[in-house]
Write a protein that binds this ligand. Sequence first.
Ligand SMILES: *[C@@H]1O[C@H](CO)[C@@H](O)[C@H](O)[C@H]1NC(C)=O
Ligand SMILES: *[C@@H]1O[C@H](CO)[C@@H](O)[C@H](O)[C@H]1NC(C)=O
Ligand SMILES: *[C@@H]1O[C@H](CO)[C@@H](O)[C@H](O)[C@H]1NC(C)=O
Ligand SMILES: *[C@@H]1O[C@H](CO)[C@@H](O)[C@H](O)[C@H]1NC(C)=O
Length: 356
Amino acid sequence: MGRHLLQVLLPAVISALLLWEGVQCNKNRYSLEITSPVIVQAGLRVNLPCKFTYDTSRDNPRAILYGYWYVDDKQIRKPRLVATSNLERIKEISPHVRDRFELSERKLNQGDCSLTIRDVKAADEGIYHFRMEKGRKRYSYSAAKERVSVIVTVEFLKERKPDLTVPELLRAGREASVTCRAPWSPSSGQPNITWTGISGGERSQLVTHDSVASHIDFTPTAADHLQNITCKATYFRAPKYVTTERTATLNVNYPPRNLHFSGHLIRPNGEVQYFTNISQIVPREGHSLVVSCEADSNPQSFVRWKLKFPGTRLHIYNNELRLSNVTLEDESKYECQASNVEGYAEKGVYIPIKHA
Ligand SMILES: *[C@@H]1O[C@H](CO)[C@@H](O)[C@H](O)[C@H]1NC(C)=O
Ligand SMILES: *[C@@H]1O[C@H](CO)[C@@H](O)[C@H](O)[C@H]1NC(C)=O
Ligand SMILES: *[C@@H]1O[C@H](CO)[C@@H](O)[C@H](O)[C@H]1NC(C)=O
Ligand SMILES: *[C@@H]1O[C@H](CO)[C@@H](O)[C@H](O)[C@H]1NC(C)=O
């Protein structure tokens, strides 16, 4: 009796064991590798490389392998098809999605489930998963690590740069302010604003319901002229930071400074000697001399020459001092005066003349 029972039970136990083992193996035979999350900027194209395996035991060679990509649709609360290699089901996908999502049918048989999205839209953000079908084998790869989360950085990288307000004209020594305003929303979180190209000053920050503004009161100097200042807004878009920035060039008015003499000397034989440092020049009688006076200023300075001692001659052409065929009487102190709307500066130069 006992022996009989065993004969009945044993095959059942064995087949149950086999079945259990089979399930285990099948489970292992279905696997998918993909990197998640993927962060992509709206308007660009993204390729999500993907590899999958499925149970090929008792494969039906006549069945066609189909692939499907779904996105979790929060509105309809179920996965929505976005790409497939099954032409019979392609009509389920709306045309504007169908045209942009592509699953390579050709590579599917090599275990490649890569998905390409062209012209990414903000609405493409979501969690995607893959499904295979071949004859009666059907499997959705929906484990957490098999899903891919696509994050679209649209408003912050492309359309919503911070606004940088800089006065069109700054004046050295006069206090001015610059403001950088970056938008935020509950979904973006508040950005941190940082500056480069500007140091010191008094900083303050104002947060409203939809923007963060960083304000700097500072006193520009001549050295700030043509400096680029950049304000960066950094948002935390899980799992990483996204930075967007705006740059402006400062235009600082300042009075003339660093007056400098340069020019050339012409010898009676026609030889020309150029100089950038007038202290290294000693003209002789009969030489001709051209000296220009340059000032560092913004806007450009108006330059005039004056004689320190009266009685000698002075020939001016534009901002150049021109002395042709100098004589001993030309030895004098000459003075350059430079001025612009911001101020005035002068510098004298003593020009000695040697006997021929
Ligand atoms: C400021 O930016 C402009 C444009 O990018 C660049 O040509 C210039 O060299 C920059 N100036 C400085 C001082 O870095
Ligand atoms: C902003 O700065 C604060 C303090 O340094 C930091 O805790 C926070 O994570 C930053 N936020 C962003 C979005 O960078
Ligand atoms: C010009 O030359 C003089 C005399 O050689 C020298 O002392 C002075 O430093 C020079 N100036 C400049 C700006 O090179
Ligand atoms: C230069 O000046 C001397 C003395 O006045 C004169 O004799 C000579 O002719 C002048 N040369 C020229 C080229 O003007």
